[in-house]
Design a protein around this ligand. Structure first.
Ligand code: UP5
Ligand code: MG
Length: 199
């Protein structure tokens, strides 16, 4: 039978806005596969024999955005593997990507014809809430970037590099914004009504 063209929702928002949390809930309720660019990079960092481990490690600690060639290869591989295992799985939540112009350009040149970006799900959350959530998680997450120093850099990168990407999509009418500063359940209620409308 015919393979479906992958349908993609980009999930964006500041560090700790709740992208991963909400994506997990979407997966439970809708036919989406969750691909977190950050999780894929962290897995690649610890993969034996990876030539990018050191680079990824230092970029993540510094809150800097890894060169797109690395990220997009991980995303593409994960999408292909998912669709090979199950043809029904062609809807993807791509969480935490694209974060800057380099990311966006990389996507446009290599993926634009291969996948269809339906919209951007934007978890909008004040910086202080983001910082507080990550610091709280940092008590047990073991993430090398859940500390004050890294968080300051992550917020800077988000404001300087990622917000302009969201604004670009906004101009195309492609952003669906959810107030992410509320409880997990309140946020998800909005996500649900949005997805019920958009599919
Ligand atoms: N929590 C969640 N929702 C809550 C709510 N409504 N109320 C109260 N608490 C809530 O949540 C964070 C914490 O808050 C958790 O403890 C959760 O229980 C609680 P989570 O769902 O994990 O938020 P998320 O937005 O996913 O936060 P995350 O820290 O993962 O976001 P980042 O965007 O900072 O991290 P990511 O993993 O995407 O990227 C990490 C780094 O990788 C980047 O800084 C960058 O260096 C690198 N990267 C790239 O270079 N390129 C990429 O394409 C992607 C990443
Ligand atoms: Mg996350």
């Amino acid at each position: 039978s015919l393979a479906m063209k992958p349908q993609v929702v980009f999930v964006l928002g500041g560090p700790g806005a709740g992208k991963g949390t909400q994506c997990a809930k979407i997966v439970e309720n809708y036919g989406y596969t969750h691909l977190s660019a950050g999780d894929l990079l962290r897995a690649e960092r610890s993969r034996e024999g990876s030539e990018f481990g050191q680079l990824i490690d230092s970029y993540i600690k510094e809150g800097k955005i890894v060169p797109v060639e690395i990220t997009i290869n991980l995303l593409r591989k994960a999408m292909e593997e998912t669709m090979q295992l199950d043809q029904e799985k062609f809807r993807f939540l791509i969480d935490g990507f694209p974060r800057n112009q380099d990311n966006l350009q990389g996507w446009t040149t290599t993926m634009d014809t291969k996948a269809n970006v339906k919209f951007v799900l934007f978890f909008d959350c004040g910086n202080q809430v983001c910082i507080d959530r990550c610091l709280e998680r940092g008590k047990s997450s073991g993430r090398t970037d859940d500390n004050r120093e890294s968080l300051e850099k992550r917020i800077q990168t988000y404001l300087q590099s990622t917000r302009p990407i969201i604004e670009q999509y906004e101009k195309q009418g492609k952003v669906r914004t959810v107030d992410a500063s509320r409880s997990v359940e309140e946020v998800f209620a909005d996500v649900k009504s949005l997805l019920d409308k958009e599919g």
